[in-house]
Design a protein around this ligand. Structure first.
Ligand code: F6R
Length: 624
């Protein structure tokens, strides 16, 4: 969501902060702001609606705001439209406290009422300004005690970075349900919502937990728990560098990341398959003794991660025979847990347990590891004793830290808002995991699957080389306002992902259907010229897909078919056929999704859309 950063050091804060915000702009980009404490102890703020560049121009790259401690923010609006006034930082009415905020304060209306009764007036429509004022209200000269008092009053999610009038050498920060990182630098120390903002300055970081408060000066970082007891934390060493945050000659991060997929998938799988085709997932605890009692697997995620879960369902059910339920984390968290009816204590028959218990394996999929709904679902199932395994890209993120086991994808930093390389890395992990579980449970190893998986990186490279074809299809269909994506079996999640890529990047209304569903309603929308993209890679479902394609074709649709090399009969059914290399039937999503990513990308470019930062979207969704 929003990107936030704070600096306390020996140099001028504002230029540093603007530089850090540039690395965070993918988290929110409707307005930006910076505030510093001047050497006279006064707070100075500059903020404005629009991209970060507007703020840079206004402040001459930060040179116009002097002070060596400061805070900055790039916003993704929740409360109040994007505007100069609603932009962060927010300063309290009496000018004593300024802060930036990531998250949502759910009880801000009640707090606002109390403040109004005490004479406070508000300039903005935000929930954040209320926090500045409530800090101001209780502030009697001791920042730590004030923060401690105020966070006990806040409900919702927040990372706050706070500066106080008259305190010229330090900043304060605290988190609840959204990320906060503190970095140890040479000429100063920092906090940020994201490692990316700091990695060009330091690799030594502290990962803060909920309710921990960081007091950051140029000399040191003190961390306290909610009772203000000092905490000693291990330094977390970041093992990636800033190159991933540069475009390296590509027009957009999205294109760069599409091209990085061979490397990302290779890095994710290579150390996990040995020369004898044994799967090495040593650090996860899924042995036979545990798996024999697992009666259900839940897979939870949001957006594209949920689609990966849908593909994983096919893989795990087919490989291990365990029933798998895939759910949107945002739905699951409220469908489950406290909402389940209690057993009547006097009932004489067999007692039914919660659907989630120690025999339930819950797999959580998340690129960022910070998605609010996925974190909430994770915390919910843990209460009931489920084993949790996460598949996460960002090392040290909340989901990774709080799960029993974690398998990291090794996609590297993903900057474009629309996911590509994280998704294919996640897919490669779920296929590996399904095979691993099957073997542990006594099923005959599928050696072909691993041989095929090892070939995937070079096959993706081949598909990247022929992206010119997809570019020409994007040109041909660039005026389309609607598109339908169809698939059956494991092609269905690919269709879902293809539709999401097109709608989020090119703003084309795209819908995905399991092809068997067409006749149950959606086919009435097909008319002359409607664009239909059909994914047909599954041998046992191929003929049924061809029949579905004929049905839309005969109603005037223009059909692009994505199928396996060798399926020449598709030429008669569709207007255009795009062939992907042959692979193991379970692994086809790893290849068929590539042309759909390219199609989304080139359609967006041709329609003049802001590819890397689509309107209204942010990279990690840390609010509900
Ligand atoms: C779409 C996309 C989103 C994310 C979703 C979950 O291109 O990127 O749908 O997949 O917001 O995010 P993570 O994986 O960070 O939990």
């Amino acid at each position: 969501m929003c990107g936030i950063i704070g600096y306390a050091g020996k140099n001028q804060a504002a230029p540093f902060i603007l530089d850090g915000l540039a690395k965070l702009e993918y988290r929110g980009y409707d307005s930006a702001g910076v505030a510093v404490v001047g050497s006279d102890g006064n707070l100075a703020i500059e903020k404005c609606k629009g991209r970060l560049q507007v703020l840079k121009d206004k402040t001459q790259g930060g040179e116009l705001i002097k002070g060596s401690v400061g805070i900055g923010h790039t916003r993704w609006a929740t409360h109040g439209e994007p505007s100069d006034i609603n932009a962060h930082p927010h300063i309290s009415m009496n000018g004593k406290v300024a802060l930036v905020h990531n998250g949502i304060i759910e009880n801000y209306i009640d707090l606002k009422k109390t403040l109004s009764e005490n004479g406070y007036e508000f300039k903005s429509d935000t929930d954040t300004e209320v926090v500045a004022d409530i800090l101001d209200f209780y502030y009697k000269g001791n920042p730590l005690e004030t923060i401690q008092k105020v966070i006990k009053m806040l409900r919702g999610s927040y990372t706050l970075v706070i500066i106080f009038e008259g305190i010229t050498d330090r900043i304060y920060s605290v988190r609840k349900n959204t990320p906060l990182i503190a970095g140890l630098g040479k000429t100063g120390n920092f906090v940020a919502s994201d490692i990316a903002a700091l990695v060009s300055h330091t690799k030594d970081m502290y990962l803060l937990e909920d309710d921990e408060i960081a007091e950051v000066s140029s000399e040191k970082i003190n961390i306290y728990d909610i009772n203000l007891n000092p905490i000693k934390k291990d330094i977390f060493k970041v093992d990636w560098d800033i190159n991933s945050a540069e475009k390296e000659g590509y027009d957009h991060f999205m294109l760069k990341e599409i091209h990085e997929q061979p490397r990302a998938v290779r890095d994710t799988i290579s150390s996990r398959i040995d020369e004898n085709n044994e799967i090495i997932l040593d650090n996860i605890n899924l042995d036979y003794d545990y798996l024999k009692d697992v009666d259900r697997v839940y897979i939870l995620g949001c957006g594209s991660a949920y689609y990966v879960g849908t593909a994983a369902k096919y893989a795990i059910e087919k490989s291990c025979g365990i029933p798998v339920e895939v759910d949107l984390a945002s739905e699951f968290r409220y469908r489950f847990g406290e909402n389940i009816r209690k057993m009547n204590p006097n009932f004489k028959g067999a007692k039914r347990e919660s659907r989630v218990n120690k025999n339930t394996l819950v797999i959580l999929i998340s690129q960022s590891g910070e998605t609010a709904d996925t974190i909430a679902a994770l915390r919910e199932v843990k209460k009931y004793g489920a084993r949790t395994l996460s598949i996460v890209n960002v090392v040290g993120s909340t989901i990774a830290r709080e799960s029993d086991d974690v398998i990291y994808t090794r996609a590297g930093q993903e900057v474009a808002v629309a996911t590509t390389k994280a998704l294919t890395s996640q897919l490669s992990v779920v296929f590996l995991l399904a095979e691993y579980m099957a073997r542990k449970m006594g099923f005959v190893p599928d050696a072909d699957l691993l041989d095929a998986l090892k070939k995937i990186p070079e096959q993706i490279e081949e598909l990247n080389k022929s992206e010119g074809k997809i570019k020409s299809y994007a040109e041909r269909f660039k005026a389309a306002e609607v598109a339908f994506f169809l698939g059956r079996g494991i092609d269905y999640p690919v269709a879902l992902e293809g539709a999401l890529k097109l709608k989020e990047t090119a703003y084309i209304h795209a819908e995905a259907y399991a092809a068997g569903e067409l006749k149950h309603g959606p086919i009435s929308l097909i008319e002359d010229g409607t664009l239909v993209i059909a994914v047909a890679t599954q041998d046992d479902l191929y003929e049924k897909m061809i029949s579905n394609i004929q049905e839309v074709k005969s109603r005037g649709a223009q059909v692009l078919i994505i199928t396996n090399e060798g399926n020449d009969s598709a030429e008669e059914a569709g207007d255009i056929v795009y062939y992907v290399p042959k692979t193991h039937q379970l692994l086809t999503p790893l290849l068929s999704v590539i042309p759909l990513q390219q199609f989304g990308y080139y359609s967006a470019v041709m329609r003049g859309c802001d590819v890397d930062k689509p309107r209204n979207l942010a990279k990690s969704v840390v609010v509900e």
